[in-house]
Design a protein around this ligand. Sequence first.
Ligand SMILES: [Zn+2]
Length: 49
Amino acid sequence: MEYKTGDKPGEGAYRCKHCGYVVRLASDKEALPACPNCGHHEFEKVKGD
Ligand SMILES: [Zn+2]
């Protein structure tokens, strides 16, 4: 499953597909930002988190 900047995929951890930076969302109202590390816009869910 893939997510993009602006999606609200719910609480959990999402890893930038470009650099591996992990963004954490605290609630289902939070949207994914652009990656704070590299500015990329595609993320995948970190499993088991
Ligand atoms: Zn990144």
